[in-house]
Design a protein around this ligand. Sequence first.
Ligand SMILES: Nc1ncnc2c1ncn2[C@@H]1O[C@H](COP(=O)(O)OP(=O)(O)OP(=O)(O)O)[C@@H](O)[C@H]1O
Length: 305
Amino acid sequence: MYGIEIENLTKKYGEAKAVDNLTLNVEKGCTFGFLGPNGAGKTTTILSMLGLIIPDSGNIRILGHDVFRESIKVKEKVGYLPENATVYSELTAWRNLEFFANFYKMGQFEKERRIEELLKMVGLWDVRYRKVKTFSKGMKQRLLLAQALINDPEVLILDEPTSGLDPEGAHLVKSIVKEEVKKGKTVFFSSHILSEVEELSNKVGILVSGKLRAIGTLDEIRKQFMELEGYEIKIEAKQELPEIELDGIVRMEKIGDRKAIIFAKDDLREQISDYLSRKGITLINLEIEEPSLEDVFLKTIYKKE
Ligand SMILES: Nc1ncnc2c1ncn2[C@@H]1O[C@H](COP(=O)(O)OP(=O)(O)OP(=O)(O)O)[C@@H](O)[C@H]1O
């Protein structure tokens, strides 16, 4: 079963399509990183997944439940960390969590046990009786994450979970997400931080102007990208390199006598190796230069449709 299924989702504001015929699935127990520039439609997608806005068309199911027709069932199973969320600043950290715990069917003992567990997990146990208005942004964000986890949700939806956090706060949030995934939870998160997406996600989607431009594991996305944009092959030989003339080579940039980068339409490593061995040249190194997620992201978002 899928954790999340989005099928042909479209949401318009006036005539502008914030999300345009989006289809994607997230397998149960996986982490999906949703990337896209500002205004791409990530938050609109997330709000639709939570049933908080009504799309113009499309279906969304979470753990097999339709988010609009079975909204209570879905809310019981989902934890949500909104972008720019606020906390009740006049309440203490404990009371903030208690307020949200009261929405769920939990006995008093279970509620207190869960609040204690979460406050310890996010490093706010020692300040549990302090009013939240005295908290730093990072402390508030960690409290919001605890709030998203209060019902021990099977699916976690996080809109820019580390936004505004210092490296230590971001590290804590990422390790909590990883722990949740180890327990079999499904995580869907949006982010602008490429290293974070690379670190956490099994699967990535890149949304541009409401449309999905790329989807897959990072390896699949890199491969699709190289198939479109071409391959960079680095070579180093024992002897001086000759000009390599093979079909599919776009250009060859020599770096000194024995090293070069070859720009090619395909992965020509085998052909290059054969070509050079026929010329009596011994290779020391022959490898594909994999594009970074940053390269892929930037070129994907600036590419014309
Ligand atoms: N309530 C609204 N009314 C009108 N337009 C809206 C509304 N909410 C979003 N939009 C527009 O829809 C588009 C998608 O916005 P959305 O907030 O979903 O993008 P995003 O990818 O989450 O952006 P960011 O990374 O900046 O948070 C934008 O052009 C935005 O201006």
